[in-house]
Ligand binder design. Structure first.
Ligand SMILES: [Ca+2]
Ligand SMILES: [Ca+2]
Length: 361
């Protein structure tokens, strides 16, 4: 999904038609450190060791929701690495901003010359007012949605929305230290990573982490769809107009509101989407040899999304509080969607990884 293009088109009052794709104590597991050369005291605070392993990446044969872009599934081997136990929080991001005085993309004036390169040729420049800093927010009051291919019906370009005021002017993150940071573009996430000596995971690393001790499961908790609401913040009811909140949260939830997966990772399904460093190409898996075991794959060499031909996109994983069974069912480990790197929204965040080599530097 191309949010900045979408944002611009929302601003332009046009529609975008695309192919779519109890406050209880969280059950925590000890992280697995089965690789012989990992010492217990090596694990950075707030991170979990993901052991090296071979596992099945992509849409599983018994996954009725698996989409063509997730197929065919294929074996990969991924070296061990450390990953954040939870999505990067407002508190963590604030520390980064306080120390570096970093200004996020959503807080900067929009450069029309820059974004028009990613729009259909001939797109007219919107009024200057609509190029003020802002971000996309979910329209909680969407009514009369007639086409599920028309994102513009439930997204609103909100001037003044950014990580510090997620719903626009007048809103704040006060009391939300332990909520995932949102309205961050990939550029912002990479700046955070650089400051923290971290990087974004590859898609294969992300799936390895989500599998944990599993090798070929559909969900981060196992294979039962009926366990979804106990394990992830997604959407129940009729998307996007009726949210039944059977999972206890209508919108974004604090980290660790649901049980972790079997190695201690929270929200690998739902809450906010998570960025990866892989380019998004809907045909990538079809170019791979299904009989080979890929070692530490880093994704497609070129981005390709037929719904967004003008923009380079990267893979994001895990789905968000907006994911619904009837739509993209992205709470599955193999689910993958494109995100353009130059803007964020109120349901995309990230978590970071680090390798032993990076820690030595
Ligand atoms: Ca929910
Ligand atoms: Ca997540």
């Amino acid at each position: 999904m191309n949010f900045k293009t979408l944002a611009t088109l929302v601003v332009l009052m046009t529609f975008v038609f695309v192919n779519c794709d109890q406050k209880k104590t969280a059950k925590e597991y000890k992280s697995t450190k089965t690789d012989s050369n990992i010492e217990n005291d090596e694990t950075p605070d707030g991170m979990v060791w993901v052991s090296s392993k071979t596992f099945l990446m992509g849409g599983k044969n018994d996954d009725k929701y698996a989409m063509p872009r997730e197929k065919p599934s294929h074996k990969v081997f991924v070296d061990g690495f450390f990953i954040d136990a939870h999505e990067v929080t407002n508190k963590q991001f604030k520390k980064f901003v306080d120390e570096t005085k970093y200004v996020t993309v959503a807080e900067r004036q929009i450069d029309w010359d820059d974004i028009k390169k990613n729009l259909p040729p001939g797109t007219e420049k919107p009024a200057d007012l609509n190029l003020e800093p802002g971000s996309l927010i979910f329209n909680k009051h969407a009514k009369g949605v007639v086409s599920m291919q028309n994102y513009g019906q439930w997204w609103t370009w909100k001037i003044g929305a950014n990580w510090k005021q997620p719903e626009g002017p007048g809103s704040s993150i006060e009391g939300q230290d332990n909520f995932p940071v949102v309205h961050v573009a990939q550029e912002d996430a990479l700046a955070y990573c650089k400051w923290a000596n971290r990087r974004l995971p590859t898609e294969a690393e992300w799936e390895s982490a989500a599998q944990g001790k599993f090798e070929d499961n559909i969900y981060s908790w196992g294979n039962k769809f009926e366990d979804l609401n106990a394990n992830a913040n997604t959407w129940q009811g009729k998307f996007p107009m009726e949210n039944m909140s059977e999972d206890r949260f209508e919108y974004i939830s604090p980290i660790k509101s649901y049980p972790s997966n079997n190695i201690g990772l929270f929200d690998m399904a739902g809450n906010v989407w998570e960025m990866t460093s892989d380019l998004f190409n809907v045909n990538y898996y079809q170019t791979l040899d299904p009989m080979a075991v890929l070692k530490n794959p880093k994704g497609a060499s070129k981005s390709y999304s037929p719904s967004n031909p003008y923009q380079k996109e990267y893979v994001m994983k895990g789905g968000s509080f907006l994911c619904h069974e009837s739509y993209c069912a992205s709470f599955r480990i193999s689910a993958r969607m494109g995100m353009e790197p130059n803007s964020g929204s109120d349901h995309i965040g990230f978590r970071t990884v680090v390798t032993k080599d990076m820690l030595k530097k």
